[in-house]
Design a protein around this ligand. Structure first.
Ligand code: ZN
Ligand code: ZN
Length: 125
């Protein structure tokens, strides 16, 4: 399983400062009075989902053993299909379809051209 405690590549960063004298609840955790709360985030290389990591505590973060990048909990154990790769496959398929459409259009033009010549021949002949 691609599990690792990983801190090297935080994609985002946010600090919440509690300026009140009372602990506050924020996004499911409590921030003490006059305390600061830091968070980092990373973007999953497979699905582009953003995952927040609480600062100061090491968390288990998924890491793809195939493309060696960070992945979110939802993508752990799933095959490596990075977003870019998936997009690449999609683009290749689109290009292939474009080529086929072009070929069909060429054929169509050819047929029309032949018909035109035939009609011309019938008229003049
Ligand atoms: Zn993911
Ligand atoms: Zn991967």
């Amino acid at each position: 399983m691609p599990w690792a405690t990983y801190w090297r590549k935080p994609g985002g960063y946010s600090v919440i400062t509690n300026q009140s004298g009372m602990p506050i609840a924020q996004d499911g955790r409590t921030i003490g009075a006059f305390a600061q709360h830091e968070r980092h985030s990373f973007t999953c290389c497979h699905c582009n989902r953003v995952t927040w990591i609480e600062s100061g505590q090491h968390q288990d973060i998924g890491r793809c053993t195939c493309c060696d990048d960070l992945i979110c909990n939802q993508c752990i154990g799933k095959p490596c299909v990075p977003m870019e790769k998936a997009m690449g496959t999609y683009e290749l398929r689109m290009r292939e379809l474009d080529k086929r459409i072009e070929a069909l259009q060429d054929k169509q033009t050819n047929i029309e051209e032949r018909l035109r010549v035939l009609r011309e021949t019938l008229r003049t002949g």
